[in-house]
Design a protein around this ligand. Structure first.
Ligand code: UTP
Length: 482
C-alpha cells in the first residue's frame, strides 16, 4: 500500500513511527481512518514546535522595547471627547443598521476547569431564569437587531468534540428566537497532543489524541469553513468577537464598533484596569512598536509591578478577550489558507494509551498542547484601538467550578449589575446585613441591555422585597418567583 509506505517514511523522518505500532491490529476501516487522520497533521511543522517546546519550559518574554499602549477611557473625559464618542456611537448604530456587523463567539474550548458535561455554551448561567450562555448571547443579538432593524448573523466556533452537541442544542431550542439561517456553527482545527518525550500521544490504537488549536484557531477556521465568504455575501465587514464564558459581555456594542471604525482600526480590544499587578489577565503593551498582549505568565514581575511618574501601575490594561476585527484583516492573515499566529505551549493532562496499548489516565500533566491565541493578531494589525470598560458592567467569566471566576461569583456579579441599573433608574433595593442585594434579579437583554435603556423603559412604582426573585423579560416584569 503506497500511502502506508509513504506515511511510514514520513513518520520515521520525524521520529513518530510509534503512531503505527498497532497498525496490524486494526481493521481496514480503522486503518483508513488512521491514515486519513495522519494526513491532516503537518509533521514537519510539528517537528519544529516539538524542538522549541517539549524539551524545556517556555522561553518567556525577551524584548526590551516595551511601553504601555494608549487606552481610551470608558467614558469621555473632555467635551471634545464626548462629542467624538457620540459620533462613534452614531456611527456604530449606522453600521448595525447597514448590516455591516457579524457576531462571533468562540465556544470550542474544553472547559476542563469548570468540569461541566457538555459544551460550555449550554451551561445555565443566569440568576433567575437559569438561561444557558448561548441564550444570553442570542437575546443580546436579537435585541441589537430589533434596535437597528437589521439581522445580525451569529457565527459560533465549535470544536470536533462539541460541534454535534452544540448544533443539536441550538436546534432543540429553536435558536433562541433567532432565524436559523442567521446562526452558523463552524469547527476549529485541532493539534496533536505531544508527550513530554516529544512523541505524539495515541488516544486509541487507531487515533491520535487531539485537542482544539486555541481561540486563535478562529482565524483559519473562519476561512476554511467558508464563514468569511458567507460574511462577505451578507455585507458584514466587521466581526464582533467574544468568548462563551462571559455572560456579562456586551456582545454588540455600538460605541466600540463606531470607535473602531472611525479610528480606522483593523483590530480593537476592550481592556480592564487590572486589580493588582499580578492579576491573571494578559497585559496590553506596545512591544517593538506593535500593540501586543503579554500573557501574565510571561510578564516579568518587575515589569508587571512597574509604576509611572504618578505612582500608578504602568501596565494596567488587562485583556478580557473582547474584540472587533475587520473581516478584510482576517482575510489577509489567512490568505494562504494557513494563519500567521504563533503557537503557545500549554501543559495538560491528556488520557492516552501507552506502548502496550494500555489506557492511561494521568493525574498530573503529561503532555503539551499547542494553542494559538487570538490576541496575537493585534501585533499584525496596521492599526489598533484599545477601549477601557468597567468590570462591574462587562466582565465575569465562568472558568472554575468553585472560588474565583466560578458560576457563584458570576451570579453575584450579574445580580449586582442588574441592581446597579435599577438603582440608577430610581428603584430602592433590599440589602442584607452585609450591604449585599437581598434579592435575585435578572434583566433580559430583550427588556433592556443597558442602564439607560432600563431607565427609559421601567414603569414607575417597582418595588422589590427582600428574598424576591425578579425577572424582567421581553414581556415585561414577572415578579415573585419565575
Ligand atoms: P479558556 O482559555 O478558558 O479555555 O477559553 P477552555 O478550554 O474553555 O477552558 P479550560 O482551560 O479547559 O478550563 C477561553 C475561550 O476561548 C474558547 C473557549 O471556548 C472560551 O470561550 N476556546 C478556547 C476555543 O474556542 N477554542 C480553544 O481551543 C480554546
Amino acid at each position: 500500500m503506497a500511502e502506508l509506505t509513504r506515511m511510514r517514511r514520513k513518520l520515521q523522518n520525524c521520529e513518530q513511527e510509534h503512531l503505527l505500532t498497532f497498525w496490524d491490529e486494526l481493521g481496514a476501516a480503522a486503518q483508513d481512518a488512521l491514515l486519513e487522520q495522519l494526513e491532516t497533521v503537518n509533521f514537519e511543522q510539528l517537528r519544529d514546535y516539538i524542538e522549541q517546546f517539549s524539551s524545556e519550559a517556555p522561553l518567556g518574554f525577551e524584548h526590551t522595547d516595551v511601553a504601555p499602549p494608549p487606552v481610551l477611557p470608558h467614558k469621555p473625559v473632555t467635551a471634545e471627547q464626548a462629542e467624538f464618542y457620540q459620533q462613534a456611537k452614531d456611527r456604530g448604530n449606522q453600521l448595525l443598521a447597514e448590516g455591516a456587523v457579524a457576531a462571533c463567539v468562540v465556544a470550542g474550548g474544553q472547559g476542563t476547569r469548570l468540569g461541566f458535561d457538555g459544551p460550555k455554551g449550554c451551561f445555565q448561567a443566569t440568576p433567575v431564569a437559569k438561561k444557558p450562555l448561548f441564550q444570553v448571547f442570542a437575546e443580546q443579538i436579537q435585541a441589537a437587531s430589533n434596535r437597528s432593524g437589521k439581522a445580525i448573523p451569529w457565527y459560533i466556533m465549535t470544536s470536533r468534540t462539541n460541534d454535534t452537541q452544540t448544533k443539536a442544542f441550538l436546534r432543540r431550542n429553536h435558536y433562541f428566537g433567532l432565524e436559523p439561517d442567521n446562526v452558523r456553527c463552524f469547527r476549529q482545527g485541532a493539534m496533536p497532543a505531544i508527550g513530554l518525550d516529544g512523541k505524539l500521544l495515541l488516544k486509541s490504537k487507531g487515533s491520535l489524541a487531539m485537542s482544539p488549536d486555541g481561540h486563535g484557531g478562529i482565524l483559519p477556521a473562519l476561512r476554511k469553513s467558508g464563514s468569511l465568504d458567507d460574511m462577505a455575501a451578507r455585507g458584514a465587514a466587521l466581526i464582533s468577537y467574544f468568548q462563551v464564558d462571559n455572560p456579562m459581555v456586551r456582545c454588540i456594542d455600538p460605541l466600540f464598533i463606531g470607535l473602531h471604525d472611525l479610528h480606522g482600526s483593523e483590530m480593537s480590544a476592550k481592556a480592564l484596569p487590572k486589580r493588582d499587578p499580578m492579576e491573571k489577565l494578559g497585559n496590553f503593551c506596545v512591544v517593538d512598536g506593535k500593540t501586543s498582549v503579554i500573557e501574565y505568565s510571561d510578564m516579568p514581575d518587575e515589569l508587571a509591578m512597574c509604576t509611572n511618574d504618578q505612582g500608578f501601575l504602568k501596565f494596567s490594561a488587562g485583556s478580557i478577550a473582547i474584540h472587533i476585527l475587520n473581516r478584510s484583516f482576517v482575510e489577509r492573515l489567512t490568505k494562504d489558507g494557513g494563519c500567521s499566529l504563533p503557537f503557545h505551549r500549554a501543559e495538560k493532562k491528556v488520557p492516552h494509551i501507552d506502548a502496550t496499548g494500555k489506557k492511561i489516565t494521568p493525574d498530573q500533566f503529561n503532555a503539551i498542547k499547542l494553542e494559538m491565541f487570538v490576541f496575537d493578531a493585534l501585533s499584525l494589525a496596521d492599526k489598533t484601538l484599545i477601549l477601557e470598560t468597567q468590570r462591574d458592567e462587562e466582565f465575569s467569566p465562568i472558568k472554575n467550578a468553585e472560588g474565583l471566576d466560578s458560576p457563584m461569583t458570576c451570579l453575584h456579579h450579574q445580580v449586582r449589575r442588574a441592581a446597579n441599573w435599577l438603582e440608577e433608574a430610581g428603584v430602592d433595593l433590599p440589602l442584607d446585613a452585609d450591604g449585599q442585594v437581598a434579592a435575585a434579579i435578572e434583566i433580559s437583554p430583550l427588556f433592556a441591555d443597558s442602564a439607560e435603556e432600563l431607565a427609559a423603559k421601567l414603569e414607575p412604582g417597582l418595588t422589590i422585597a427582600s428574598g424576591q426573585q425578579l425577572y424582567l423579560g421581553s414581556r415585561g416584569q414577572i415578579g415573585g418567583t419565575k
